[in-house]
Design a protein around this ligand. Structure first.
Ligand code: ZN
Length: 149
């Protein structure tokens, strides 16, 4: 029978399809893991409602955990309580976002490319509902910030 740590480590390999550098563990999506004999149940919290990534993530979690030795059945439950919010993103997750060119959620973001604070909001509507577009006045790069929730 697998340990909770083994399951959690396996889930580090499941990434948010929209942000491939960010694991769902660091995104704070994995809420609870229950193990009973060869049965594993994973609770995941939907992030931004309507993010089309959800079905993909559920399936990826199921497949990844099923690969662990000693696991026979995997159940993935979508949980709405506690509600996911951006404060669940781990320190490692925030760094991963930044390295991907997305400013982590928070107040006026620093540019993820040059670190400048001379940034301004270009559009509240980024390529996905989860992000806003900013413009850096120092290095003149547009970048995205994950919206705080
Ligand atoms: Zn910049």
């Amino acid at each position: 029978m697998p340990s909770e740590t083994e399951v959690r480590t396996a889930l580090q390999a499941v990434h948010d399809p929209e942000i491939p550098v960010l694991s769902i563990v660091d995104l704070g999506v994995v809420s609870a893991i229950r193990i009973s004999g060869a049965d594993v149940e994973v609770d995941i919290l939907p992030t931004f409602s309507g993010c089309p990534a959800l079905g993909f993530m559920t399936e990826a979690v199921r497949r990844k955990v099923a690969e662990l030795p000693g696991v026979e059945a995997v159940k993935v439950r979508l949980c709405l309580d506690p509600a996911w919010d951006t404060s669940r993103i781990s320190a490692r997750g925030r760094l991963a976002l930044q390295s991907f060119g997305i400013a982590p959620p928070g107040d006026a973001p620093a540019c993820p490319y040059c670190g400048s604070r001379e940034t301004r909001l270009a559009s509240s509507f980024g390529p996905t509902r989860c992000r806003s577009v900013y413009y850096c006045d120092s290095c003149r790069n547009p970048f995205e910030q994950m919206k705080a929730l």
